[in-house]
Design a protein. Structure first.
Length: 81
């Protein structure tokens, strides 16, 4: 069963991610789901190691404001209050 999710991200990141997804013959939703699944299967958000394809993109895009999705998701969903 799938559920719709709304995310807010920098427009430039979304544009580049869509281009990358298209080049990989995948949907952006599929890429994000695979990324989140790999975080969970690796034992948690802080234990994530970049796979070879994702690691090859490191430095390929100029970042103006660095955003760590793993830290943001940990803060939002796993933080013990």
């Amino acid at each position: 069963m799938t559920t719709k999710l709304t995310l807010s991200m920098d427009q430039d990141i979304i544009r580049k991610a869509k281009i990358y997804a298209r080049q990989q013959n995948r949907s952006l939703s599929n890429l994000i789901e695979s990324y989140l699944r790999s975080l969970i299967e690796e034992g948690g958000l802080s234990d994530f190691h970049l796979n070879r394809d994702l690691a090859s993109l490191r430095g390929a895009f100029k970042e103006t404001n660095r955003f760590d999705i793993g830290s943001a998701l940990t803060e939002k969903y796993l933080k013990n209050d």
